[in-house]
Design a protein around this ligand. Structure first.
Ligand SMILES: *Cc1c(COP(=O)(O)O)cnc(C)c1O
Length: 420
């Protein structure tokens, strides 16, 4: 077991929050520990995982990639086949079910690019809970497709107009709402970070990925040499690695966003970059991209999900101990990995997950042929059409968007009868 000690993973973690948030966090921790031993709760969670999320997700052997890379066998854990297209639903469903048991009828969540908001909105729709998503006003404008989907699921998207009007401000606003409405409301935090007990809660709900991999490998006699996952806040990676953390093997590798290079503001490399500092931000101690005065530095990545200044405290601790190796992957290497797996295996990685794919392509060559490298494909790439199209076919994409705008403004909407 890799639970924290009083909220700490070595020197990282903790619960650095205002007094008003102590009670809700303590109450949450108590309920979490109780229900994780409650058979009825765990049975219901299992049923929802099977029938709604679509678990277990396949562990796919990639024969062409294996042959072309010429080293270890390549296996891909297809989390992208989970309902809503990524691993985030594992945490959203777990926390919403927990909230329901705690008697909360109202769910709030923060979201940056919209993926966590979308998963939470879907989970609330499925479980019959009211859902409010806090999202920076700038992100609301940038991420209209995800906003539209959240509303389709019945969520109310609240555009946050304070500060830089992005994720950081959405988190602050969600915390404020929670402090004011704790009797009715649960705050679903989206990654394995934030004040304790969130890093433990999110890891446990995501660890279903790792336990499935462990079982699937055992059943099929697969010998794992290395496991590779992308690391934004750290939820898919820590869940995927979870059953193996306390063992010496296999190698565990986290791929961070290398963006366009090693310069300040060019990446989101919290463990491998040169702007990494220890700090306390938004309720927890970890490694962040900060300047000398402790102010947040700008980050950059082609993948919205990895474009974040902080990393979960447990990952930071395991990185310093050397149990998890970190590597950084450039935007262009991630794009190459997307093309490689799409063309050779018919599998379309999300931009985030492609960072794990790219790291695995390098590592596979270092390992013997009788070992497996397991890549966690945290999400599928359908959502990235607006990022990949301008990269692969810019001129056609611009032409398409212009024509769409013209058609909409002229009022000549295509009626569904004509599409069919
Ligand atoms: C959000 C997201 C990530 C990054 O978040 P983690 O908490 O680090 O897992 C990775 N992949 C996909 C597909 C995502 O949507």
């Amino acid at each position: 077991m890799a639970y924290s000690t009083d909220g700490f993973f070595d020197s990282y973690g903790g619960k650095y929050v205002a007094e008003v948030l102590r009670r809700p966090l303590d109450e949450l921790e108590e309920a979490f520990k109780f229900y994780m031993k409650d058979k009825e709760f765990l049975d219901e969670l299992d049923t929802i995982r099977r029938d709604y999320i679509g678990r277990e997700t396949p562990l796919y052997f990639a024969p062409t990639a294996t042959k072309l890379l010429g080293g270890a066998q390549i296996y891909i854990k297809l989390e992208g086949l989970a309902n809503t297209g990524a691993h985030k639903i594992n945490n959203a469903i777990g926390q919403c079910l927990l909230a329901k048991r705690m008697g909360k009828k109202r769910i709030i969540a923060e979201t940056g690019a919209g993926q966590h908001g979308l998963a939470t909105a879907a989970a609330c729709a499925k479980l019959g809970l009211e859902c409010i998503i806090y999202m920076g006003e700038i992100d609301v404008k940038r991420q209209q497709p995800n906003v539209a989907t959240m509303e389709m699921y019945g969520a109310k998207v609240h555009a946050v107009k304070s500060g830089s009007r992005t994720l950081k401000d959405a988190v602050n606003e969600a915390m404020r709402d929670w402090a004011a409405n704790v009797d009715t409301t649960h705050y679903v935090l989206g990654s394995a970070l934030g004040p304790a007990p969130f890093p433990d809660i999110v890891r446990e709900f995501q660890s279903v990925i790792g336990y499935e991999v462990e079982r699937q490998c055992k059943e099929r006699g697969i010998e794992i040499g290395a496991m590779v996952a992308c690391v934004g806040g750290g939820s898919n990676s820590i869940g995927f690695f979870s059953p193996f953390i306390d063992k010496a093997e296999p190698r565990l590798i986290g791929a961070e966003a290398g963006g366009i290079g090693p310069g300040i503001g060019e990446n989101a490399s919290r463990m491998t970059g040169n702007a990494s500092r220890e700090g306390i931000v938004q309720g927890y101690k970890s490694r962040f991209l900060l300047d000398e005065d402790g102010q947040a530095l700008p980050t950059r990545s082609i993948s919205a999900g990895l474009d974040y200044m902080g990393i979960g405290p447990q990952l930071a601790a395991l990185g310093e101990k050397g149990r998890i190796e970190f590597t950084s992957v450039l935007d262009k290497e991630a794009i190459e990995a997307i093309q490689f797996f799409a063309k050779n295996e018919g599998i379309l990685f999300a931009m985030e997950s492609a960072h794990a794919g790219a790291a695995a392509m390098k590592i596979a060559k270092e390992l013997p042929k009788d070992k497996a490298v397991i890549i966690n494909m945290s999400g599928r790439g359908d959502k990235d059409l607006f990022i990949t199209s301008p990269v692969f076919r810019k001129a056609e994409w611009i032409e398409f968007l212009k024509a769409e705008i013209e058609r909409l403004e002229s009022g000549k909407e295509i009626h569904s009868s004509k599409i069919m």
